[in-house]
Write a protein of this length. Sequence first.
Length: 504
Amino acid sequence: MWFVPRDGTRRPMPGIRPSDGPWLVSLGWAAAFVALAALTRAAFEFLAPGLPAYPTFLVAVLFAALQQGAAAGLFAMVLGAIGGAYFLVSPLLTPAHWTAASALYFATSLLVIWGTEHFRRRTARSILEEQRRDRHEHLIVNQNEILARIAAGAPLSEVFDKLVRTIEEFSEHTMLGSILLLDRDGIHLRLGAAPSLPQDYNDAIDGGTIGPAAGSCGTAAYRKEAVFVTDIEHDPLWADYRDFALSHNLRACWSTPIMSRSSRVLGTFAIYYREPRSPSPDDLDIISYVSRTASLAIDRNQIETQREMLIKEMNHRVKNTLATVQSIASQTLRSAGQSKAYETFASRLSGLASAHDLLVRDHWDSVEIHDLIAQTVVKPFAAGMQRVSSGGPPVRLPPQMTLLMSLALHELCTNAAKYGALSNALGSISITWDTAKTAEGQNLLSLHWAETGGPPVQPPTRKGFGSRLIERALATELGGVAAIDYRKDGVVCDISAPLSLEPA
């Protein structure tokens, strides 16, 4: 028994093997059930002579139809009629009774066969619908996983491989998927993913050119429209590739171009079958889904690539600008006999450049505070000295805060190296921080700088650039609060500023 779904292909009904179809098999099952019914009826003959025979054979018809379908039921009906006739030859039954019993038997048997076949078909459809729902649920789960990988910036090869395998699993591996990417030259197609196609076939199509008669994929990319080749053996688009495809038992190939948001061809998605076949509405939905998802992945990858190129270019230009500023300062200040002022300026410029390098490394998104302290405090001022301790929860600082905090920490370190804890061999610095929420629900960073073991501190008679930067710039630019306390046993600085990012 065969079930014909929407796509027009013939498939065996669930639970029924294709080999069950031959008449001989159905006849064998029918004969077995009728023989069993005859033995049962013969056993009852000793207990109740003249008992109606046909009800026993109706049971045989029912079981044969349930097991093998209508054909087996019809065979059982005929064999049961023959067997029942043997038991009807009895002096207790008149010919009129025999005729009526036979007519009732045939009518009831046909009704049983029809009902059984209807039940089998409904059961088969229910099973198919349940399987279809399960496949769709599995597809949705995989779709979400693929979108998550795209959002996380996973490599295109990984996304494409997962995408193609998902579609192949959804089709119960009746289709073979392939994604090709259009090369930068706009002429050649490069392999993106084809996990189930033969490797030598993938090697052969990698680097193929597009054109008006270049198979399914090359033609689809050239025309910028879907190309459905339902029979490779007889389609002229495959004239140059027909023998190679048929040698790998590839009989049909549907290809659709992967388009960008600006209607530019990015590549192609192809579905291969091992028999000639036309696309169904479900197939068209799958093709559309894969094309959209692949386009999204390629677009995002290209955007990320362009973003990285722009950041590198910006970094290069900023470094050139800083170098130019440093050169101008050197020529201006040194020629004026202000070498000390130049060294101070160059040191501050170097601290700013270090913070800039951290931001470039993290794509100008944010910087981990541990990395900022290591780059602006430990590395330039206390490398190898083991005199700076730091601790606090993981916190990422936004770009503007990173630059200002780096300058503030640089000024504190410069002062410590000249007059404070780093100016002798015994002093040390402790940097701790924590986060809390304000009444408005905003995250607040609190940083505590404390020096110990240095020479006695003498409060400055006037505020220099460093003090003004820490106390004023942080308040103006970040809406924070900073206070420096020149204690006799060591400088203490407390900085509090709102965070625009959640703690990592």
